[in-house]
Design a protein around this ligand. Structure first.
Ligand code: SAM
Length: 232
């Protein structure tokens, strides 16, 4: 009787878990193929082996220390990385930028290098910086041959000269920066992008967050966004 109950409960659960794993694997293949096609058709470049090398995967604990636990696991790590990189490339294209012409690129808040690895396909010098030292060390261990790293302090200072980068992005970083530091970091990001270069920053989505902010918090959020968007 007990065995029968176990089978009844275990069977469908195992099936659901297997199905979820299959879905995640399919999603990874889908986004990899889309990125591969985009690189080939729009930029005539091939995907670099690093972009799908599972031996360069950070540990689940390290990923979970800076990201939602649901980003751990090879399938989710790669699928979400491919997808976010496609969004960056689409934004570049929609604003008239060609990543093949970039000399230097910075991933601000590089984390475990989930996104910067997808720019290996381009010739630019790749840079990544972050305030969390263990993740920077992991990027050095995995991608150090190509990605130049810096550990930052929490004070808004970037260790790069003025107008140094053609392209800088900060993906899911300002959502982790205290309000009183955000405007300082925004100014620093503007400082290191060359005139006519490109800066992409993700911010609070109006649908999910802005409605829940108090008026004061909302005003402060817009203050640093204004800092980024005002003409220099
Ligand atoms: C959610 S993770 C995103 C990581 C990476 N951008 C990605 O999309 O995979 C947020 C990252 O921002 C970093 N971070 C937080 N405050 C920062 C700051 N002031 N300067 C640079 N990085 C910061 C964290 O250490 C963490 O690696």
């Amino acid at each position: 009787m007990l065995t029968a109950i176990k089978t009844l409960m275990g069977g469908p659960l195992r099936h659901a878990e297997r199905q979820r794993a299959k879905d995640r694997a399919e999603e990874r293949t889908y986004w990899r193929q889309r990125l591969e096609r985009m690189l080939r058709e729009e930029y005539c470049v091939a995907m670099h082996p690093v972009q799908s090398d599972e031996s360069l995967l950070p540990s689940g604990e390290l990923v979970a220390s800076i990201q939602q636990a649901n980003k751990t696991g090879a399938d989710v790590f790669f699928a979400s990385g491919y997808r976010a990189s496609i969004l960056l490339l689409e934004d570049l294209r929609d604003h008239g930028f060609d990543p093949r012409s970039f000399e230097r690129i910075l991933d601000f808040g590089v984390g475990v290098g989930r996104l910067i690895r997808h720019f290996y396909a381009f010739a630019a010098e790749l840079h990544g910086c972050d305030v969390t030292e263990p993740v920077v060390r992991e990027v050095e261990r995995q991608l150090g041959g190509r990605v130049r790293t810096k550990v930052l302090t929490t004070e808004p200072v970037l260790p790069y000269p003025d107008q140094y980068f053609d392209f800088v992005w900060a993906n899911s970083v300002f959502t982790h920066i205290p309000y009183d530091k955000a405007a300082g970091w925004a100014s620093e990001l503007r400082r290191v992008v060359r005139p006519g270069g490109c800066l992409i920053v993700t911010a609070y989505g109006s649908n999910r967050y802005l409605g829940h902010l108090s008026e004061r918090q909302g005003n402060r959020t817009f203050k640093w966004l204004e800092k980024l968007t005002k003409s220099s």
